[in-house]
Design a protein around this ligand. Structure first.
Ligand code: ZN
Length: 262
């Protein structure tokens, strides 16, 4: 207790305590930075979404895909979702990014999709030092900013691998998944369709973030079937940021999200 507080009533003491805490924050750039970094500015336009209806956020990793043409599974996926007037989230890495594949990311942005970050070289983040982590995460950010004008981008950690140091170091929300298509594990289009259709039928798909990869033909085939199927079942296919904003849920930096329940 402060010596001057001895002459104050308990409520006055508590008020003084709060003022001192606030002053301390103002003088401590680190604590200001910590509080700022928790804020995730969700700029998604959700005017087209009915928050009462079911929704799902399908997300695709490991793009852009070479070469960018109509045979690319990534372009087939973009088209299937865009034709239905729906949206999805694409997590891009530096491994295949160049002047040519940039066109795929630009196209995703123009179709109203969410473009997001999947690091530079796809490492296990917990194996890196905080400085190495920041460099990996920082590589795609200016590229994505140049395309979208956005300031911050959701991150999908490679292999969904996260520890406390990653959470403390990365200043954006960390996106896991609530339903894994297992396309990375050689799932066929039929297996992916069966798994997602079953979740649609029993209601558990609502609010889920689905993990897929835009690099497989089987995934493109599954998506071409699933988009009209989900729409026929009254599902809205939305981006991750759209889902959280439509449901009035805030995301925080350094927190891991796999779903957004109603
Ligand atoms: Zn990946």
């Amino acid at each position: 207790m402060n010596i001057f507080d001895l002459f104050l009533t308990p409520p006055e003491r508590r008020a003084n305590e709060k003022i001192r805490e606030a002053l301390f924050d103002m003088n401590d750039p680190q604590s200001m930075e910590d509080r700022m970094r928790d804020k995730w500015n969700n700029t998604a336009d959700v005017s087209w979404i009915d928050p009462e209806k079911p929704m799902v956020a399908i997300s695709f990793d490991d793009g852009p895909v070479r070469p960018v043409n109509e045979a690319s599974p990534a372009i087939r996926i973009q088209d299937a979702i865009a034709k239905a007037g729906m949206h999805a989230t694409f997590f891009y890495w530096g491994n295949t990014y160049d002047e040519d594949t940039r066109a795929e990311i630009v196209r995703a942005q123009e179709l109203g999709f969410e473009i997001a970050n999947h690091t530079k070289t796809h490492p296990f983040l917990p194996q890196l030092t905080p400085e190495e982590m920041k460099a990996e995460v920082g590589f795609m950010e200016p590229i994505l900013k140049g395309i979208s004008g956005q300031e911050q981008f959701l991150l999908r950690p490679p292999y969904l691998s996260v520890d406390q140091v990653v959470k403390d170091t990365i200043n954006v929300p960390l996106i896991s998944c609530g339903l894994d298509s297992e396309d990375w594990n050689k799932a066929t289009a039929k297996q992916m369709i069966d798994k997602i259709a079953k979740a649609c039928e029993n209601g558990s798909l609502d609010g889920k973030i689905v993990l897929m990869h835009e690099t497989y033909d089987a995934t493109a085939e599954a998506v071409e079937f699933l988009v009209p199927y989900l729409v026929a079942n009254d599902y809205q296919i939305v981006t991750i940021s759209e889902m959280f904003k439509a449901r009035d849920k805030e995301m925080q930096a350094g927190q891991v999200y796999g779903e957004c329940p109603q």
